[in-house]
Design a protein. Sequence first.
Lengths: 455, 160, 264
Amino acid sequence: MELRKSYFADVRKDDLHEIGQPRPRSDSPGHVTGKTAYFADHNFPGMLHLKMVRSPHHHARIRSIDTSEAEKHPGVVRVLTARDVPHNVYTILILIQIGPEDETVLADGKVRWKGEAVVAVLAETERAAQEAAAKVKVDYEVLPAVFDMEEALKPGAPIVNEYHGQNYYLYDSGECRKVRFGDVEAGFAEADHVLEQSYQSSPIEHAPTETTGCVVMPEGNDRFTCYTNTQAMFFTLDNTSIILQMPGSKLHFVGGTVGGGFGGKVDVIVEPIAILGAKLTGRPVSFIYSREEEMQISSPRAAEKVVIKDGVMKDGRIVARKVTGYTDAGAYSRHSPYGAQKGAGHYPGPYTIPNVWIDTYCVYTNRTPSSAMRGFGVTIGDFALEVQMDKLARLIGMDPLEFRFINAYRDGDMKAHRQPTEGAALIECMQEASRAANWPVAEKFMAMSSYKKGA
Amino acid sequence: MAKVPVQFTLNGSEKAEFVESGTTLLNTLRDKIGDTSPKGGCQQGTCGACSVIVDGELRLSCLTLAETCNGVAITTTSGLAEGGVLHPLQRAFLDTFATQCGFCTPGMIMAAKVLLDHTPNPSREDVVEALSGNICRCTGYEPIIQAVLTAARANSQNAA
Amino acid sequence: MALALQTFATVKDANAALKAAGTRYLGGGTLVVRAANEGDVSVSGLVRSTDPALSAIEINDGKVSIGASVTMAAIAGHPDLGALARAARAVGGPAIRNMATVGGNLFAPAPYGDFAVALLALDAAVGTGDAELPIETFLADRDNSRAIVTYVRFALPKGDSFRFLKVSRIKPKGVSVLSIAVVLEHAGNGTVSSARIALGCMADRPVRARAAENALFGKTLDPDGIASALAAVGEGIAPITDPIASAWYRAEVLPVHLGRLLLG
């Protein structure tokens, strides 16, 4: 497919010799010969294997933990519980002042989702660690759990996470992130048609072929080298430094080669506890998720619910848009308060609408904590918005692509969250899509530009 | 713990190791012998990243116990290049951008090699079938399919 | 305790070793090694037998005997077992088929065990060291089976009397939404004189659809003729729910796919 290069010819040089030319990937020779070193390709003599005892309940109080049988199991070197972790309650976004700290490295007094880490077992072999993990006795008092976001927001719902005190993230703007632009109710009153639709999605697992994990080598000088497949190297280093109360200068992280991430490897989960294990035993430690853990334990993309109410004119102009978005964080924040906030800025879509009202909630439930995945906070929103756009076009009997030309944002337009539009290229993208897909639109749309005349 | 002797050839060279009974071929190759080209992606026989060739047949090394491999000949992706010259499959994977994260690549190349060893001029359907036990989460498979077809064409041109 | 493997030349010796608690028989490894890898610590020892009889395929007078260690690939590639090739190829990808055995497939929990569905429709007999059981009886009590399965035996289906369908969301290799195997015999007037229908994923193991079988008797294979069988095929089923499909979905689409298989 040959795409035209004439767009924006006046603002770019036409001497781009690399763009459009195939260049070999620098990492491919390693990949095709099997020489690329992933974290798990580091293997050290005397390495211990870490296996996690996990909560079988969605929500429960821990009455007691008995590790005595596990500690006596042949091959077991060390068993870790919450009291072994120097700073056990953390939250990864604290690095950018998004608190409160709300998650435990190892459960302390309570579990809030099925699969939560409770006790870590370090043993000479994976098998010994698995056998010993089966011998850890945890006495649980099962508590009522909540799995549905709207149920969680109702008064009287079980409180998922006491560090928040309520089942939503409290932004500085209140119970949700808010965008207010124009007068949305006046817009609906003026509209020829109003369409309200609800869209929802399930959690989605990234399912990388390489599971989450790390290998830690104590260097003998109170420094630790951590081979990891994290997608967030310095985020992980800084959070580990907080959790282990250890200066960052003692931590040497080696990574960058990731066997598929897609956002699923940005949480700080395996490294702190593995480094702690290496510190307390003086031995190299390997902590690698099994496939089942990768699918069930690692954060998925959040489940979302998006309610969109639009006011549209017969001539194709959208005059009002009200969106209420719900992001299911699961039991802990991780990156979800940020995802929900990102949605608030994004929900009007790439369209210029004079009256906009947006509320986005980050909701806590007793589900697996969700986190980053490819455009989290906007991907599900885009699905909802574009399905809504098609429905609106159908409602007024207009071609769906022409309908988008009418509403597309252009340079100089004010977005609902008060950022003026700059460098827009939606018009030109749609023009080229129209041509490439052989989906003709009226000539006046083909003559449009993202530059507004006189702007 | 009782250790058992295991002897086989790996990419043409003799290997002899003592392993704990019940050790998988994957762990033996990676941890004992140091050939980390087979990857452990699922340990369930689902992803194909651990695929190796045992006596000409594609096998999942994560579900194969090392002690059942006495006397066999094993081929892995790390042994394909000869004298620093890439195997046509490796060349094709590189040239057609069939690798992204690279984690599935060694297993994909093993599955493709068995196919081309038996079917030098495969159809697209043959390639899809041959790779059907190997999961790639990055590429969407199309560049990998093209790589195998490209390698097959390169082979037949060389033979002609 | 490590996962120790004991290898025996004879099935008899292997059977004796299997009496120890925590031991499982190792066929192709696609079930038991997988379980051990995932941390199933109830498996502490593995036993296998290298008896060559376990790997034999014998065909005499239309009667087939397949050793329990015969792989899916060996069946799919056997020149005289063409009728079964589709069912054998339904199992896993190429590497799995080089490893997975006929004996192991009898123990594979749904959604796996597509080949056992075919064997159930073929009304196979399952041989163990000292006994032979009808496959339906064997499957019903398979969780308590301790004796090593040595062979399966059945009559080779005539002509196109055997039909097999595996439905999966991913092609060519995906986990079963369901699988169906049918063996049909026709009377001189073209009506169905005998039908055996076996279903996969409609319980935790392959099951017969007896009500549908009875409803086909005396009918012709056209939309009207099979209607009562399609209406009856859901009787007594308890489909599994897993990440591939819900029980509800499986029950809903079962008659659709049975219809396609019967009319196809």
